[in-house]
Write a protein that binds this ligand. Structure first.
Ligand SMILES: Cc1cc2nc3c(=O)[nH]c(=O)nc-3n(C[C@H](O)[C@H](O)[C@H](O)COP(=O)(O)OP(=O)(O)OC[C@H]3O[C@@H](n4cnc5c(N)ncnc54)[C@H](O)[C@@H]3O)c2cc1C
Length: 335
């Protein structure tokens, strides 16, 4: 096999996985990221990092679940820290219609009653009479995983450059017969005219009173928000989905929705500390399915929408296989 020389632009979850996969396969890898190492990742810094192919199918094209199941398997092989204890979906008693609809729209779940819910999450047992349990889903902490991947890329001999944006003409020209993989997220819009940004707001809380061990979605007719347990008694509350492209401060309405969801799920969150209220902008194509666009020796890997963590490994697998063998895939367009 010919050893490739790959330049990756963008150190979000897509770019880091592209670099990791190629380095793992024995290729030369150099990644350039505009931000500092501590701040790398645009949307990727604000994700919940739920690996939820079945739950996400509720509002996504079928291919997202198909790719997501593969993505989850690749994560499990690469990163031992992934928590694989499933996820839960609950609704208030007045919103049971939402729970029934969610069950109809998704696979991979078991309908459970309040006492089984109490075995899984003792602090929720008395609060909800029914739930959906998705035992084969996972989650992780995004900023720890970004750092883990950077360490792995270096261990495999890759080079990472932080703190300076690569001027477009430099990498567009390609590098001496090598390949260039553009993972700039929304910044690649001038090359991908249908790409748009979808704002997502999130909160990070710290609570010593609340003990939850897996992601939990609380359905509501107006929105479906969730709580993801992180380390050190922290919980990520996410995420709004707003058709706007600014990553400016979180609005009062969104903060009320996020914090209200946490409190409705578990009143113990009333005493939690608010550590962070942030917004990220997800890059998305019109159908919210990611794509790889091949233009000669340049690949653009983009459009992760709500599924960047879930799908990053499988996007990297498809791109690396294409570069090595020319094999195509339904989500790979050769321009
Ligand atoms: C609140 C929220 C919650 C989410 N929850 C989940 C979840 O639970 N599960 C899930 O799978 N997904 C989730 N997502 C979606 C996920 O975060 C995104 O799909 C993903 O982060 C997109 O990754 P990316 O690498 O394509 O883009 P980005 O993370 O935006 O990275 C692009 C990078 O390119 C860099 N860059 C841009 N231009 C240049 C240049 N010229 N030179 C060098 N570098 C450049 C940027 O600085 C940035 O670091 C969530 C998103 C949000 C906002």
């Amino acid at each position: 096999m010919t050893r490739l020389s790959a330049t990756i632009v963008g150190g979000g979850i897509f770019g880091l996985w592209q670099a990791y996969e190629l380095a793992r396969r024995g290729h030369d890898v150099t990644l350039y990221e505009a931000m500092s190492e501590a701040e790398t990742g645009g949307a990727s810094r604000f994700a919940g990092a739920m690996l939820a192919p079945y739950c996400e199918a509720e509002g996504a094209e079928p291919i997202v679940q198909e790719l997501g199941v593969r993505g989850l398997a690749l994560w499990r092989k690469a990163v031992p820290q992934i928590v694989m204890n499933g996820s839960l979906v609950v609704a208030a008693s007045r919103d049971q219609g939402e729970l029934a609809r969610f069950a109809r729209m998704t696979e991979g779940h078991r309908a459970i009653d309040g006492s089984t819910l109490g075995e899984l999450e003792p602090e929720l047992g008395g609060r909800f009479g029914r739930a959906l349990w998705y035992p084969d889903e996972g989650h992780m902490e995004p900023r720890l995983v970004l750092a883990f991947l950077m360490g792995e890329i270096r261990r495999l001999g890759g080079t990472l450059h932080f703190g300076s944006a690569v001027p477009t003409p430099v990498w567009r020209a390609g590098s001496d017969g090598g390949v260039v993989i553009d993972c700039r997220g929304l910044a690649a819009r001038e090359d991908l005219p249908t790409l748009r940004g979808v704002r997502g707001e999130m909160a990070v809380l710290r609570s010593r009173e609340v003990k939850l061990t897996r992601p939990i979605r609380l359905l509501h007719p107006r929105f479906a928000l969730y709580v993801v347990p992180w380390s050190d008694n922290r919980y990520m509350i996410g995420a709004t989905v707003i058709e706007r492209e600014d990553a400016g401060p979180v609005t009062v309405r969104s903060a009320l929705d996020l914090l209200g969801t946490a409190y409705a799920l578990h009143p113990g969150f009333g005493e939690a500390e608010i550590l962070e209220l942030s917004a990220g902008v997800r890059p998305a194509f019109p159908d919210n399915v990611p794509r790889i666009v091949a233009k000669g020796r340049r690949l653009l890997v983009n459009g992760a929408f709500r599924h960047g963590y879930l799908l990053a490994p499988v996007m990297a697998e498809i791109a690396a296989t294409y570069l090595e063998t020319g094999a195509t895939h339904p989500i790979l367009d050769v321009d």
